[in-house]
Design a protein around this ligand. Structure first.
Ligand code: GLN
Length: 478
């Protein structure tokens, strides 16, 4: 059993454990297991212990403490922490040290959280298995022959292996929910604009969101509470006031309308995941919720739309890595042109190059209207699908992934197969709505299964409340 944020905080509050001991326990687990699991790219043990001792001292003096005082957390390596490397798991940024804190990091510091280190990911967050990391392999702690999912696979593996009670990931098309489902932990993608992107290395700026990962739903709610809110440094962050994300925890389910998507009923869905969905539906009905079938007619276009918009934005965002700033410059170059091409050729991995080529192509003259502009039109249709669906239901229940974690190496030679594993997660990113994945049992091979709930814009609180009920239902012996 993984410890929950609630239980850890209780022990810290009662003095049963000090923050220093807590951090030391995490560091011991990392030391014992991470050679095998590969969740972390850097661990900052000494610094973490120093911060923990400072928090312990302040606690003893009876000082007012932040919401996450003394709680260790792991951070995906595309989020800037001042003085730490931000590599994005790329050779391109291998030596880059961030001169500033992302807004979420400033907020976590103010809340007293302690940074254990930075976690592995697919290079520049492009992938679904963490196999595209240029720096290290990560294995799934729940199924060692399998990938942890991606792109935030290091963060979800760290939580699943008990190396950190909390972690941050980022999602452009599913990179928090998909690895959370594969590793048997909870992961939430907030409403677009709910959490500041300032200090997150941009991939697809109209899709990217930072989000919380924890072993249970209340832990996710509390971490979201700390990182959410408007930020003048991110013009796309929402000015809406931040609600109490724990307000719906424990509330009755009676009268809620839960939508089930008819287009998500595909033959490719693993039977045990279908069974989990059926079990969840039966539980909701037994609790007095109403389950209704809804339509999302443009679902079949979600993957191609995503891979046009995300790659277009990536090709533009990644233009800044040019061998001049931030990055390693190629050696032995003879002129300016060579400096750009060689630095980019040596710095980026295959998948990143593929995305830049695809994105540049669909933005180029003569193709822009056919590809990029049409993708934007379809994106609007997908947003409208959700608006109509939420007329009929409060929340949508769906599988997080079509299958449980796949084998290491199974999809690396087939990019399209890899892309298709995002089929159920990508639509929420395109629509900008919040979504959460929570553990929902295991399959016959004992690999975790995840189901997800999606909510209308800024509907995180209700979504968290229902997810908590469902997670507890699945965690209880049946
Ligand atoms: N797997 C998707 C991709 O490869 C999503 C990645 C993400 O959410 N960062 O683009």
């Amino acid at each position: 059993m993984l410890s929950t944020l609630g239980s850890i905080r209780e022990k810290l509050g009662s003095g049963e454990i000090s923050s220093e001991e807590l951090v030391q326990n995490c560091l011991n687990t990392i030391q014992g297991q991470d050679e095998k699991i590969g969740a972390f790219l850097q661990v900052h043990g000494e610094k973490a212990l120093e911060s923990a001792r400072e928090i312990d001292r302040r606690r003893q003096q009876g000082e007012a403490m932040g919401a996450l005082a003394g709680i260790p957390i792991a951070i995906k390596d595309n989020i800037n922490i001042e003085g730490f490397h931000t590599t994005c798991a790329s050779r391109m940024l291998e030596n880059f040290i961030s001169p500033y804190d992302a807004t979420v990091i400033q907020k976590l510091k103010a809340a007293g959280a302690i940074f254990l280190g930075k976690t592995n990911m697919d290079e520049f967050a492009m992938g679904s298995s963490t196999e595209h990391s240029a720096l290290r392999k990560t294995v799934n702690p729940c199924a060692p022959s399998c990938v942890p999912g991606g792109s935030s696979g290091g963060s979800t593996a760290a939580v699943a292996a008990g190396m950190a009670p909390l972690a941050l990931g980022s999602s452009t098309g599913g990179s928090i929910r998909q690895p959370a489902a594969f590793c048997g932990v909870v992961g939430l993608k907030p409403t677009y604009g709910r959490v500041s992107r300032y200090g997150l290395v941009a991939f697809g700026s109209s899709l990217d969101q930072i989000g919380p990962i924890a072993s249970d739903v209340p832990g996710c709610a509390e971490l979201l509470q700390v990182i959410a809110g408007h930020d003048p440094f991110d013009s796309t962050s929402a000015p809406n006031p931040v609600e109490d994300f724990s307000a719906w925890l424990g509330q009755p389910l009676k009268g809620l309308r839960i939508g089930l998507v008819s287009e998500f009923e595909t033959e490719g869905l693993q039977p045990e995941i279908q069974a989990a969905l059926t079990r969840a539906t039966a539980f909701l009905k037994a609790q007095g919720a109403e389950c209704v079938t809804i339509q999302l007619p443009h679902t079949e276009y979600a993957i191609p739309t995503y891979y046009l918009i995300a790659t277009a934005e990536a090709s533009s965002n990644l233009a800044r890595f040019d061998g001049v700033r931030y990055t390693k410059r190629a050696e032995g170059i003879r002129n300016l042109q060579e400096m750009y091409t060689q630095s980019r050729n040596q710095g980026f991995g295959m998948e990143v190059k593929r995305r830049i080529l695809l994105g540049t192509y669909c933005l180029s003259s003569g193709y822009y209207e056919g590809y990029y502009l049409n993708a934007q039109r379809v994106r609007t249709k997908i947003i409208e699908d959700y608006q109509q669906a939420f007329q009929k239901c409060d929340l949508i229940l769906a599988p997080t992934t079509p299958t449980s974690a796949f084998e290491i190496g199974e999809k690396t030679q087939d990019p399209v197969a890899m892309y298709l594993s995002d089929i159920f997660t990508v639509p929420a990113n395109l629509a900008g709505i919040p979504a959460i994945s929570f553990p929902s049992g295991k399959d016959q091979k004992n690999r975790p299964i995840g189901l997800q709930l999606m909510a209308p814009f800024f509907g995180e609180a209700k979504m968290l409340g229902v997810a908590d009920h469902l997670h507890r239902h699945f965690a209880a012996p049946s």
